[in-house]
Every structure is written in C-alpha cells, then in structure tokens.
Design a protein around this ligand. Structure first.
Ligand SMILES: [Zn+2]
Length: 210
C-alpha cells in the first residue's frame, strides 16, 4: 500500500492518493488550481492507476474542491458522510463566500454511514465516526497497515477547529479520546492539514489532549 500526499489550495489541504498495485482511491480531493488538477491527474495516469472511488472525511469546502474535475475524467463513485449532505448541498454558496470562484459543484455523490466498509485490493478500510469538527466527520482506518486518514479531527500537536457550523468541542474531544485513542498507538495518522503523525505521540504530548 502506497500513500501519496498532495497539499492543495489556499487552505493547504492534504489530498491523499492511496494505492495498491494498479488500483487507487482518492481521499479528500482539494485540487483547485489548474496546475493542481494536472499534478493529480498526471500522478494517477503516470502510475497507470485505476481510480476506484473517492472518499470524503467531511464536506468542508477545502476538502471537496477537486471532486468535479476528478469525476469529469474518471467518472467514479464519491462517498460522503450521510449527515453532511445538507452542508454539501450548500457548497456553491460557501465557495462563493470564500471567493472560490472556480468552484464547480459535483452533484452525484453517494451517502455513506459508519457501518460501511471498503476495500482497496487486498486491504480492508474501516469507517470510523469521529464528529466534532464538522457534523458527521469520518476517518478511514486501514487496520492491517495501521494507517488512518482522519481529516481535520487531530493534527500533529493540535486538534481540529470547532467554530464552524456543526462543530462542537466536547464532541471532538470525545471522538478523539473515545475512538482515535483506541485504534492503536502504532497507527500512523494522515491528517487533513500538516504533517503526518502517530497516535502514541499525540496521546503522550498533544497539548490539547493531556
Ligand atoms: Zn474541515
């Protein structure tokens, strides 16, 4: 299993391409500018990958900017947390408020719930529900590889903001301590922003959690 990290758009959002042999998935496509679109497409095509589907940890605008572009090329399935559909439907309005005038909305998304599970080749992906930063935030755990894509819930030495609509600090802390603290100390965390980390370090020294 190979993880490729791109950091895209003005929010410095991490877009992940996870691959196994010739199959890949994209988690949180934040590609926005033309050169970012090309960089992502050239990577996928250059490796000869078949894009199987796209997963969203949550529907904040910086995590969804590249959906339309990717689907125009690859015509694949997009899964979003079901309780974030209302927010997703307002994306054009939100993009406008942030001055993201190139934003092009992709309508044909599928809702997922936390009892969904996915596969990438031989790898199983467990969906974990970790709300608090946004109404219904999900993490994607590759249990065998000990890797978790956890969006904007936890960062290296930091945690996600809770001041946006649907955010709640207590809920966020509960998600981290109740869910993420139990996925295993040796699990590597690939967050929505900033460098990767691991649960052992965050349990030990994240100033927001001690
Ligand atoms: Zn976010």
């Amino acid at each position: 299993m190979l993880v490729k990290t791109f950091t895209f758009n003005d929010f410095q959002e991490n877009t992940y391409v996870v691959s196994s042999n010739k199959k890949c998935i994209v988690i949180d496509p934040g590609n926005y500018y033309e050169h970012e679109n090309h960089e992502l497409k050239e990577y996928i095509d250059g490796k000869g990958f078949n894009l199987e589907y796209i997963l969203l940890t949550h529907c904040h605008i910086d995590h969804i900017l590249g959906l339309k572009y990717l689907n125009d090329y690859y015509d694949t399935k997009v899964y979003i947390p079901s309780k974030e559909m209302e927010m997703y439907k307002k994306s054009e309005e939100i993009a406008l408020a942030y001055g993201l005038s190139y934003y092009d909305h992709f309508n044909n998304v599928h809702c997922m719930t936390s009892d969904f599970s996915f596969t990438l080749g031989e790898y199983k992906i467990k969906v974990i529900e970790i709300p608090g930063h946004s109404p219904d935030h999900f993490g994607f755990l590759f249990e065998d590889s000990k890797v978790c894509f956890s969006g904007d819930v936890i960062f290296k030495n930091s945690i996600g903001r809770t001041d946006l609509p649907g955010g709640n600090h207590e809920t966020l802390i509960k998600s981290i301590k109740g869910e993420l603290f139990n996925i295993g100390k040796d699990v590597i965390i690939y967050p929505g922003h900033g460098p990767k980390t691991n649960m052992a370090d965050e349990i030990k020294s994240n100033p927001f959690l001690v």
